[in-house]
Design a protein around this ligand. Structure first.
Ligand code: ZXY
Ligand code: CA
Length: 488
């Protein structure tokens, strides 16, 4: 009941605007995400977090809560409310990154981004309030030092401290009430759902209990009887660990870490592209309605998490190919990572900032790309045009699968869209069935449809749906993509 992202008309992909300020997101919804057909935005945790000064303001300080007050470096409650309202008005949904497994660690006393004090040693968080009874301790956690060490022990993974972070007792009705109160506050502001951080470290039943205390979404925005969209972060690489993504599908969708890892192998040419013919559940991954898929995320793009070897925006050619494949293929619900140019030698570095450590505004260049250290993958033409491709493909299934060699494939989405990709050492030159009605189509990888004209390559489709498809093996983007929304 929590698996519907509530996309406005025909939209079908979201983007994670990691570390963006609320004022910048509001503008981005109005000037780009709305007009270019994005369904929604995953925002960084909006609740008050610990101010970490050593290292200086690392990105992961926002995953160390101090309270559920809506004050962070991204902005305050008024700015958050304004942004959600403006994004909803632009047809763009907002999903909050919810850090509810823990509060900050046993790092002693300090202050949060909203000025709240806390004392983790005495488990005292007056900003909520939480006290000693609200955390898992010796009764629940039986590891040597109270922290998680053995990922093969499901109880330890849930009831002990993740890297020393104080572990909330979600078995407690009071704690469930506080978290649900936080969720309902965001729901009142117009939020469409939640990314549940570190879900692996909570019992599915406890997450379900929290969700059962949440209100329906605002009917003036979403219509009546709508439940929040919930997607849970469970880092499961399909190994032998007892905690698995499939255990969480009753509480909404689950982040699918196998997706990005397997596509990294393919687009690094370690496994033949032609095997993608049965991509999806055929590869042993969870049901299409139960997953949120991605090429990389804020953590594993820095070489973190089990995967490590995922493809990131630092390798643009395979990244655009893998992202195009994710968006063209009907399996699952896709999320596009939007990063900042972090220092690759320092995987703790926080977002671009000014002298006073405030987060820098996002700036834009004439080609719509970003400046000020923001990568804006969601604004790359080969990516935003494939979001439109996915929207046009709608519910049409995969058809006309073709593979010309180990690393040459093509397929249609019903009679709405067609893509061909080439990672082999020689060109594709073939007459292929596109499934599309006859006409002159714009290749949306090499250009756009502007004022009725294709600015990139054009593809001629005959009345029989066939076209001569040429994809150069040494092109910067060795693929062509056409759909019924971009015809001359
Ligand atoms: O070396 C670190 N952590 C140990 C290795 C990564 O372990 C963490 C995992 C983690 C990693 C792999 C797993 O299989 C797993 O079940 C959990 O999830 C977290 C989730 C949080 O909300 C806050 C955290 O501090 C962590 C975390 O430290 C650095 C310093 C502390 C934060 N941090 C980090 O590296 C922070 C990482 C981080 C933060 C937020 C996330 O949503 C996330 O996925 C990772
Ligand atoms: Ca826990």
């Amino acid at each position: 009941q929590y698996s519907d992202p509530h996309c406005a008309g025909g939209r079908s992909a979201i983007t994670h605007l990691f570390e963006w300020k609320w004022s910048d997101i509001a503008q981005e919804c109005e000037r780009f995400l709305g007009p270019y057909g994005y369904c929604g935005v995953q925002i960084s945790p909006p609740n008050e977090n610990r101010v970490v000064t050593n290292p200086n303001r690392p990105w992961w300080e926002r995953y160390q809560p101090v309270s559920y007050k809506l004050v962070t470096r991204s902005g305050n409650e008024g700015q958050l409310k304004d942004m959600i309202q403006r994004c909803n008005k632009a047809g763009v949904r907002i999903y909050a990154d919810a850090v509810i497994n823990h509060m900050t660690g046993a790092g002693g006393t300090g202050y949060g981004t909203g000025g709240s004090s806390y004392d983790a040693n005495s488990l005292n968080f007056p900003g909520v309030p939480y006290g000693g009874n609200d955390f898992n301790g010796g009764n629940e956690c039986h590891s040597s030092d109270g922290s998680i060490h053995n990922y093969n022990n499901a109880e330890e993974v849930r009831n002990c401290r993740l890297v020393g972070l104080t572990d909330l007792k979600l078995a407690s009705d009071y704690v469930r009430g506080k978290i649900a109160g936080y969720f309902n506050h965001l729901i009142d502001l117009g939020i469409a759902g939640f990314r549940v951080d570190a879900a692996k470290h909570m019992w599915p039943g406890d997450i379900a209990a929290v969700l059962s205390k949440t209100k329906n979404l605002r009917s003036d925005v979403f219509g009546g009887g709508k439940r929040a969209f919930v997607f849970q972060e469970v880092i499961d690489m399909g190994g032998s660990e007892p905690v698995k993504g499939g255990q969480y599908v009753g509480d909404g969708r689950v982040t699918n870490f196998i997706f990005g890892a397997k596509l990294a192998e393919i687009f690094r040419k370690k496994n033949a592209m032609k095997y993608l013919k049965n991509w999806g559940e055929g590869w042993g991954m969870m049901r299409s309605d139960d997953v949120v898929n991605f090429i990389d995320n804020h953590d594993n793009q820095r070489g973190h998490g089990g995967a490590g070897a995922v493809i990131t925006h630092w390798e643009p050619r395979p990244y655009k190919l893998a992202t195009a494949f994710m968006l063209a293929h009907p399996y699952g619900f896709p999320r596009i990572m939007s990063s900042y140019e972090y220092n690759r030698a320092d995987n703790t570095e926080g977002p671009p900032h000014n002298g006073d450590m405030s987060i820098k505004d996002v700036s834009f260049k004439s080609d719509m790309s970003c400046g000020n250290g923001w990568s804006c993958e969601h604004r790359w033409r080969q990516i935003y045009n494939m979001v439109a491709f996915r929207n046009k493909a709608g519910g049409d299934g995969l058809s006309n699968w073709w593979s010309g060699s180990d690393y040459q494939i093509a397929f249609s989405r019903g009679n709405k869209a067609f893509i061909a990709m080439n990672l082999d050492g020689f060109d594709i030159n073939a007459n292929l069935n596109t499934g599309l009605p006859g006409g002159t189509y714009c290749d949306v990888i090499s250009g756009n449809l502007e004022n009725g004209r294709c600015t990139g390559k054009t593809i001629q489709v005959g009345g029989d749906g066939k076209a001569h498809i040429n994809v150069g093996h040494s092109w910067e983007d060795p693929m062509i993509a056409i759909h019924i929304g971009a015809r001359q």
